[in-house]
Write a protein of this length. Structure first.
Length: 226
């Protein structure tokens, strides 16, 4: 009886061992996707969302542009992924630190300052991204503030401050809404302007801890004028 050679993987309809589907990445896909998000948010912060192309992001990440398309499709989908997986978790960190104060309004304020300063230190892209894409007219993330971030934190804080004021825990001549903007002005904005004032005052010695302590001291005791 004649013998036949064993069927190869190709003849059985399977891909030969060691081969991968065309276009799929090698290595740890989750790590690579996360690295692409980190590079994208950094590019968005330093060059602006409108000016950052998928090709440039791929170049910064050291990968083929096809990989960016593979993971995110197009730039709009990449932007949404950055919002959902980088921007919103960063603000969740701030919110969690703030809410640890409970009903103690001093603890709430200190928690916000601490949370914002620690989050900025962990995510240095946050201040420049906020300035470019929220504060500047036409910024791509302004609606994210109104629709998502605002209801989750600034508006909640303003309501807490209003209640504390009604209970006699805050000075009567404060506006609870402006107190929220003042807290942001003492934390997020100084971090955004750090490259300027550090050079202006030769102040490289002022780190995130010093900025946090300064903001809390200013809120606690003012500037000391009798």
């Amino acid at each position: 009886m004649p013998s036949f050679p064993p069927k190869t993987a190709a003849k059985r309809g399977r891909k030969p061992a060691g081969k991968r589907a065309v276009g799929r990445p090698t290595g740890d896909s989750a790590d690579l996707r996360g690295r692409l998000l980190d590079v994208a948010v950094s590019c968005f912060a330093h060059h602006g969302i409108a000016a950052s192309t998928l090709r440039e992001i791929a170049h910064e990440a050291g990968v083929n542009p096809a990989l960016v398309h593979y993971y995110f499709g197009d730039k709009q989908q990449l932007q949404q992924a950055v919002i959902a997986e980088r921007l919103m978790p960063a603000f969740t960190e701030v919110r969690n630190a703030t809410m640890q104060g409970g009903e103690d309004i001093a603890g709430v304020i200190a928690g916000f300052v601490r949370g914002m300063c620690e989050t900025i230190e962990k995510h240095p892209w946050l201040p420049p991204l906020w300035v470019r894409e929220v504060l500047c007219e036409g910024g791509a993330l302004r609606e994210v503030l109104f629709q998502t971030v605002g209801p989750q934190m600034p508006q909640v804080l303003a309501a807490k401050f209003a209640k504390a004021q009604a209970d006699g825990q805050l000075a009567r001549d404060l506006d609870p809404r402006l107190l929220v903007t003042s807290l942001i002005g003492l934390t997020l904005f100084p971090a955004a302007g750090a490259p300027i004032w550090r050079r202006l005052f030769d102040a490289d010695d002022i780190d995130a801890v010093a900025m946090k302590n300064h903001a809390i001291a200013l809120l606690d005791t003012g500037i000391g004028i009798p």
